[in-house]
Design a protein around this ligand. Structure first.
Ligand code: PGA
Length: 251
């Protein structure tokens, strides 16, 4: 079973469009339910809209508050996400880290999600690749500070997403190659093996994200050995997302 996560980011602009996108995504999810688990991470304001218009769709949020204090104006805590039936939540996305979110804060968010039995999708990724391999230490710090000391039962509920910042979004420098994806996935599995145990290191899902499209999706899963994909822009275009899903479904 492969995990395909749609990250709608701050779109669509209107609730009507969100409901209609949810419906078409639910149709795609239904068509491939034997091979793919499709999760849609929607803007917080659409969590209930999407749940209502596509009851079968697995829903996720895109961030969560680190605090449980009710006096937290403007924040959305894990208990609220649980209340609207979000089963996944992205944390540590580079677009959130870019606003000043530290590794320590990401760890607190991860703990809040685990307390509510919401599955964290922990994003890690370096801003740039240097010739000396320093980028590996960025990933090491992100993984270790998020996962250090967690019990094996908690680790089993986590999904990791490797998203090199330079390959994300419309302003991406370039696409990552499947070989670059594979190198990092093996590196992350080795880190998990050192932190926890080799069995978990082999089985923990590690997604790839960053300019994933219907054209490169297969290669990230086959040559890149990703367990699934985290898809931004293409997840907003139903036809392309459907094509992507059908291309990876039978791998
Ligand atoms: P992208 O975004 O597919 O538009 O590059 C991926 C992400 O940021 O999760």
């Amino acid at each position: 079973m492969k995990l395909l996560v749609a990250n709608w980011k701050m779109a669509p602009i209107l609730p009507k469009a969100a409901a209609s996108l949810a419906k078409s995504t639910a149709t795609i999810a239904k068509a491939h339910k034997k091979h793919l688990t499709i999760v849609v991470c929607v803007p917080t304001v659409y969590l209930t809209t999407v749940t209502a218009s596509a009851k079968t769709l697995l829903i996720g949020a895109q961030n969560v508050a680190a605090t449980t204090a009710i006096a937290s104006t403007g924040q959305v805590g894990a208990t609220l996400l649980k209340g609207v039936k979000a089963s996944y939540c992205i944390i540590g996305h580079s677009e959130s880290r870019a606003t000043g979110e530290s590794n320590e804060l990401v760890r607190e968010k991860l703990d809040r999600l685990l307390e509510q039995k919401i599955q964290p999708i922990l994003c890690v990724g370096e801003r740039e690749r240097d010739g000396q391999g320093w980028y590996l230490s960025v990933i090491k710090d992100q993984i270790e500070s998020a996962l250090m000391g967690l019990a094996p039962a908690a680790l089993k509920r986590i999904v990791i997403a490797y998203e090199p910042v330079w390959a994300i979004g419309a302003s991406a420098e370039r696409e990552a190659t499947p070989a670059e994806c594979l190198e990092m996935i093996m590196f992350i599995r080795k880190l998990i093996s050192d932190l926890a145990d080799p069995k978990l290191a082999r089985t923990i899902p590690i997604l790839y994200g960053g300019s994933v499209s219907e054209d490169n999706a297969v290669a990230f899963l086959t040559e890149g050995e990703a367990s699934g994909l985290l898809v931004g822009r293409v997840s907003l275009e139903s036809k392309r997302f459907a094509k992507l899903a059908s291309r990876i479904a039978d791998l």
